[in-house]
Design a protein around this ligand. Structure first.
Ligand SMILES: Cc1cc2nc3c(=O)[nH]c(=O)nc-3n(C[C@H](O)[C@H](O)[C@H](O)COP(=O)(O)OP(=O)(O)OC[C@H]3O[C@@H](n4cnc5c(N)ncnc54)[C@H](O)[C@@H]3O)c2cc1C
Length: 455
């Protein structure tokens, strides 16, 4: 296919790409042109002020101009979570990835800075911690996903950043703070310094739960190792011969889509100092002795010592949600939202829609997914208000720009069945252009266009 890309073509592509990178579906284009609206005076409540909640609120604001729209979210700061990886890589400042919620929020949306403590969908209200009951005609849930570091015996989120432990995921979306990038950057430098003197064993772990931002831990594996080779602005030369990386996962692959996994595994083989360890789930850690215990596929406990460890924590739906009638009570999506995967309407409460990581659907725990879902919600919510047929269906779009080294990204866009490339280029080829797009354009696009529901 089109494997050669001239710089001229690339610049043209970026011009288009900045506006379309997370917009693969034809239905998206239809929505942009038709933009269904409702002029009814209904009360719409959106819970959660992260990626999904903010995009949905901006889009619904335009689509339902006479509606009273209320956002309930506790975070005064909004974090651009994909940017945590670039902070770790030493390419963004901490201030590059955050913005005030008040500055991102569209006009004419009432913001209640609070958290929901109880969902009462049978009575059409949510209970908040400080503002009592808030009623609604329509509800959009955008609560995200919660970390559960404590599910690993001996570990708590307080351990991250100490005794050789890093986690690119570490943030508190309710408080709007993220320490992941800085602590991981310091961690990379410590490994490099140690490797100048002695051999170093670095362990990476994954949970057996759904995770958001799939591939972010692979980013840290590849970028760290590239840095240890002397790239990415490193001043210490190549110390990678002194470093052994073990990537332990309960899965039988490194990435949830076969063809992209093949490419990633080839990179791992080529690196020589990365060893994948499949079928291993970390269950306990001794942070002082630097020892991790895994359960392998046969149920046997396996101990691994390390000098440094990167942990992707077990993740789960926020408890306030999983306890509610809106959640699946069992099955593989237990705790997540019981939603129609295409219309994004709740399967039982027809005035409730969901967006983002909270959804009980395959894959799709990415900001790019939430961005595509927002279009579906916008049009389907309006259709629900107007008692019309739903015009939109979500296609399961998931995106992961896997950073294979400084300056090279594999732009994996897919759903559970097929690739969904935004561009006409061969999706299986890692490219510098995707690196440029991810590093220089996406943050800008996120804060200035996506947050305003402009793309
Ligand atoms: C390290 C990392 C790298 C990533 N890389 C990428 C990437 O390259 N590309 C990509 O597309 N995605 C990436 N993601 C994933 C992406 O950031 C998430 O999928 C996306 O932010 C999900 O949006 P959300 O609205 O569902 O949840 P969030 O953005 O997490 O927002 C959840 C919101 O809910 C609020 N909330 C929580 N509890 C309550 C409550 N009780 N009451 C009211 N509000 C509440 C929080 O305050 C927060 O505002 C990455 C994530 C991480 C961590």
């Amino acid at each position: 296919m089109h494997n050669k890309l001239s710089r001229r073509d690339a610049i043209k592509l970026l011009g288009i790409g900045a506006g379309t990178v997370f917009l693969p579906s034809k239905s998206e284009a239809k929505s942009k042109l038709s933009m269904p609206t409702s002029h009814k005076r209904v009360n719409i409540v959106i819970v959660g002020g992260g990626t999904g909640g903010m995009i949905a609120s901006a889009r619904v604001r335009r689509a339902a101009p006479n509606a009273n729209i209320t956002l309930i979210a506790p975070n005064s700061m909004h974090i651009y979570q994909p940017g945590q990886v670039f902070v770790a890589a030493g390419l963004y400042m901490q201030t590059d990835i955050r913005a005030k919620t008040s500055q991102l929020l569209e006009d004419n949306i009432k913001w209640i800075q609070d958290e929901v403590t109880v969902f009462e969908p049978d009575k059409n209200f949510v209970q908040t911690a400080k503002h009592g009951k808030i009623g609604y005609d329509y509800l959009i849930v955008a609560l995200g996903i919660e970390y559960n570091y404590e599910a690993i015996d001996g570990l708590s989120s307080n351990n991250i950043g100490q005794n050789g432990i890093a986690s690119i995921y570490l943030n508190d979306m309710k408080k709007g703070v993220s320490k992941a990038g800085i602590t991981t950057n310091i961690w990379m430098h410590s490994i490099q310094e140690d490797a100048l003197q002695k051999s170093v064993k670095v362990l990476y772990t994954q949970p057996d739960t759904p995770i958001k931002g799939v591939g972010a831990d692979l980013d840290i594996l590849f970028l760290s190792n590239d840095y240890f080779k002397g790239n990415g602005g490193s001043k210490s030369g190549d110390v990678s011969n002194n470093i052994q990386n073990i990537f332990a996962t309960p899965n039988s692959s490194l990435f949830p889509f076969k063809e992209f996994d093949n490419i990633i595994q080839k990179r791992v083989k080529k690196a020589r100092n990365i060893v994948p360890l499949f079928g291993h789930k970390m269950i306990a850690i001794d942070t002082q002795k630097k020892s991790a215990i895994f359960k392998d596929r046969t149920g046997k406990e396996v101990q691994k010592s390390y000098d440094y460890i990167h942990i992707t924590p077990p993740m789960q739906a926020p408890k306030v949600f999983s306890d509610s009638p809106l959640a699946y009570k069992d099955g593989k999506y237990k705790g997540y939202m019981d939603v129609n995967p295409k219309t994004l309407q709740h399967n039982r409460y027809k005035n409730v829609f969901g967006i983002g990581d909270i959804l009980g659907i395959p894959l799709a725990k990415t900001g790019g997914s939430a961005q595509v879902q927002a279009v579906v919600i916008q049009d389907n919510l309006v259709a629900a208000i107007e008692n019309k047929k739903f015009p939109q269906e979500y296609n399961g779009y998931t995106v992961s720009p896997v950073k294979l080294k400084y300056g090279k990204v594999l732009l994996a866009e897919f759903n559970s069945k097929k690739t969904l490339p935004t561009f006409w280029l061969d999706p299986y080829k890692p490219r510098w252009i995707w690196w440029e797009l991810d590093l220089h354009f996406m943050r800008y696009v996120y804060f200035t266009l996506m947050m305003r529901g402009m793309m």
